[in-house]
Ligand binder design. Structure first.
Ligand SMILES: C[S@@+](CC[C@H](N)C(=O)[O-])C[C@H]1O[C@@H](n2cnc3c(N)ncnc32)[C@H](O)[C@@H]1O
Length: 241
């Protein structure tokens, strides 16, 4: 039931492998304004590599880290020029530092304790050059509360997927139980995964970042404007303090 196994990663690459392209105009504008000399870029929780593809195409030296070997297989296909590392964002260690570090699209929500999120922030800070930028976006508590309590389905000729979501307000945990069926000849093979994300409030994120030694500016990640009380996603642009 580990998340991002073979079948879900294939679905992810097909359905959600657009986020890097969507965020690229904003990211490249921020980098151009605040870190115009940037050359090296580390994408944490790189998934199927959609952002790495943009990073490579735009001439940066690109490295990706992800805990799922299946996601990394797609990243290898989508961004062949990137260096890929199979590692946990809470404890990775690379021999170099980077001008830009990103971690996009729900990835940090998979760290469901403040301790684990702090470990990831510390690792990011350790791998960032003094003037470098660390940029990430996450679902907020409000985002998971308002969006995860529903059932959605994907129906394709050879694949059917049911995503059954719920949110535990007391623990701030969203769960999506994913049941999929892949057509193989005349039979349908079943797979299951459970995805658990924690929704953090802006105040919690601010406190953890300050405690780790980052200063930051934050945005509503969907409108790319000032955050609102009910922002479902937040994007942070951070520097070492
Ligand atoms: C929603 S996907 C986002 C992928 C990519 N950043 C994007 O924008 O498409 C979340 C990714 O985080 C990875 N991930 C989750 N927990 C992780 C951890 N502890 N260490 C490294 N990667 C992790 C998953 O394997 C998955 O590829």
């Amino acid at each position: 039931m580990d998340a991002y196994g073979k079948d879900f990663s294939a679905l992810y690459n097909n359905r959600w492998g657009f986020y890097g392209v969507k965020m690229w105009p904003f990211l490249s504008e921020v980098i151009g304004r605040h870190q115009p000399e940037a050359e090296t870029w580390l994408d944490l929780c790189c998934g199927a590599g959609s952002l790495l593809e943009m990073v490579c195409e735009n001439g940066f030296s690109a490295t990706g880290v992800d805990i799922s070997r299946h996601q990394l297989k797609y990243a290898r296909e989508n961004a062949p020029c990137a260096k890929l590392v199979h590692a946990d964002v809470r404890e990775f260690s690379l021999p170099e530092k980077f001008d830009v570090i990103t971690c996009m699209f729900d990835s940090l929500n998979y760290l469901t304790t403040k301790r684990d999120l702090t470990r990831a922030f510390r690792r990011a800070r350790h791998h960032l050059h003094d003037e470098g930028l660390f940029i990430f976006d996450v679902n907020t508590f409000e985002g998971l509360r308002s969006r995860w309590c529903s059932v959605s389905t994907i129906r394709e000729p050879d694949r059917m997927v049911i995503m059954d979501g719920s949110f535990d307000e007391r623990r701030a945990l969203g769960r999506s139980l994913i049941t999929g069926f892949i057509k193989e000849g005349r039979l349908w093979r079943r797979f299951e995964e459970e995805h658990v994300e924690r929704g953090y409030t802006a105040q919690e994120l601010d406190d953890l970042l300050e405690g780790t030694g980052f200063s930051f500016r934050k945005y509503d990640s969907e409108r790319l404007s000032r955050p609102r009380k009910d922002s479902a996603r937040l994007l942070y642009v951070c520097r070492r303090q």
